[in-house]
Design a binder for this molecule. Sequence first.
Ligand code: KG4
Ligand code: ZN
Length: 356
Amino acid sequence: FFHKIVLGIETSCDDTAAAVVDETGNVLGEAIHSQTQVHLKTGGIIPPVAQQLHRENIQRIVQEALSASRVSPGELSAIATTTKPGLALSLGVGLSFSLQLVDQLKKPFIPIHHMEAHALTIRLTNKVEFPFLVLLISGGHCLLALVQGVSDFLLLGKSLDIAPGDMLDKVARRLSLTKHPECSTMSGGKAIEHLAKQGNPFNFDIKPAMQRAKNCDFSFTGLQHIIDKIIMQKEKEEGVEKGHILSSAADIAATVQHTTACHIVKRTHRAILFCKQRDLLPQRNAVLVVSGGVASNLYIRRALEILTNATKCTLLCPPPRLCTDNGIMIAWNGIERLRAGLGILHDVEGIRYEPK
Ligand code: KG4
Ligand code: ZN
């Protein structure tokens, strides 16, 4: 009896993360270093800065995950690392570190597609069989896909412009919510959710996006521009200077949250209907997995619950720490690929990886 154990390494964006996970889904060790505070100061990620921070932390983070697991490097079945998509400079740090380790330990290497890892995470915590629908909504991701197998994805929709979390962050910044006493330390999306509880979402008349688009794509810049205009007008009306808190801020937050929820629900509804009509999903108890930072928004989650109840689907969300970028999902994706016998490289010399 041979027990599979995988070391997963993730550096695609601004988190340096590693974890050791076994075949049964036990997380034996994990470590993560987040660069968020550094990037908040510069108002966004500067790729060479992210690269430098990954370089400074990767050795320690991988060591911490391994030590915590009490697994000796020799016991590892394989090393799995995110190779795309992401920031090229960030990905490069994880990849070259992993290839050195692979060479040193003489272990198989499993290149991981970051979105595949996000989508499969639910199978670590819940017993979910293929096929299922996945909706990934965060600051950097926005996609709807039918997951038919470990490496068998049907992309149903994506954002044509920015991701919903990115849009909420921009609106929060424009509303100067970090200056609001109640939400100074919250991410943009969280600040909007908090303030929206005190506001009326129906004070402004907003035309929904992409009403005629016969697909499952998303768009969020239109809403961002509409909200920008409303803010400008309210600043005039209330005689408030740019950079100060509007008295209508809560109504604006409630409006942007409600409109975002409606858009996400409508596009997801189309995906559910599309799949059911073609028998790609079971008629009853089809699973919709929702993940990413924006999935922690309870208003959006509630709206998706209404949708899944109405369409006889089951809504599942991974726990918050697995919704955002982490090493566990990469290691787990490695386990899934080992079990399926997919994409395991025994000779990494001159590798060039093109995921499906
Ligand atoms: O998954 P995540 O931590 O990082 C990536 O983007 O990869 O997601 C962060 C995003 C940010 O845009 C943040 O504003 C948003 O998720 N977010 C939320 C909430 N909490 C975080 N958006 C809406 N409501 C929330 N409660
Ligand atoms: Zn991610």
